[in-house]
Write a protein that binds this ligand. Sequence first.
Ligand code: SF4
Ligand code: SF4
Length: 396
Amino acid sequence: MGDQELEFAQRWRDNAYGCFSSGHKFCREVCPVMQVTRNENHTPTAFHASIVAMEKGLVNVEDVADDFVHCTQCGACELRCPNTLMTGDFYRHRTRTVDVVKAMRALMVETGNEREAWKLWNERLALDHNEPVLGDTRVSQAHVADWAIGLDIPVGGETILFVDCEAAFFRTSYTRAFAQLLQKAGFAFGLMREQWCCGGPAAEMGYQDLALKHATHNVEDWRAVGAKRIIAPDPHDYIAFTEDYPKYFGEDYEFEIVLGVELVNDLVKDGRIALTHPVERTVTYHDPCRLNKRKGVHEAPRELIRAIPGLTFKDVDRVTQWSYCSGGGGGLPIEKPEITREISRRRVAKAAELEVDTLISACPWSERPLSEAGHEANLGVMDLFELVAVSAGIEP
Ligand code: SF4
Ligand code: SF4
């Protein structure tokens, strides 16, 4: 075993032993990947056992690399894990499975055990500086702000709207809806001079240097345009800005990060956005993992939904910590699209049981696989901001 592997195993051994010595697998049945594959190698327990085995020199990174692709980094296992809930009491170390998976993937890249589809995806990110969201059609800096044509949004200012790559190139109606809601409220904001990917997905797949390069570029751009505050409508960007960036930049990271759904909810509650147009739909809401399980944000989107006149809202049975995953995160759709498809198909089937006509999403990453599954099941999938915009009388 090489030095990098040994260093890795020693770094994560305490967390791994905490899991290995309890071994109750409480996490097992909340893991969306395990629910689909029924493969014990894809459980958080197995991930931690692999690190124990690695520390003992029984396996190396090559032996276990494929297992660690099987994770959406949804955070459900951490919420279910007693090592998270009872740290400081009987258990000593949090399992931190999401961080462990990220670190193992970084080790895979460092030791040349990359996965082919992730490698290609990140090579294209390195060339274009935005995610290859359009498949074979190249994204480019020249078109990163095309979604805003005609909206008269300035560049720069104290408050900057950061637009996720998926939302900038693919799901542009979501982005226009969000920007127009802020404009309707008279809320001043600007765009970046040159917006690169937040780097979060690259970090999730283990491409740490590439992620840092993109984060550094974005922070420099924020400073250059005089930003003090960054609005992140996309939960994945919100995770990158509130968890990855502070680790990269430490005390030099001076920005206030505002979550889009909380901002719009506040503007509605303050009466700055009036929801006057009834929307006659029967809906349920999909909790994006990075909002709910990772950040504990589940009330603001529900308050917004309840503020829309005409809607009938049927909440799901797992409304807080145990919400279902779409399968769209953690790079899973890039390497294992068939597993993402099945997770989304099951998520949509749960919504259909409630006899609704629309599943509301609040994350562009979730929305793509959910929309595909919804199409097959004849269930509409719609973004929350787009729905709010309709009720606010905004023409797209
Ligand atoms: S990750 Fe947590 S819940 Fe799962 S087996 Fe390990 S200690 Fe138990
Ligand atoms: S973060 Fe989610 S997908 Fe990954 S192991 Fe935990 S429950 Fe499974």
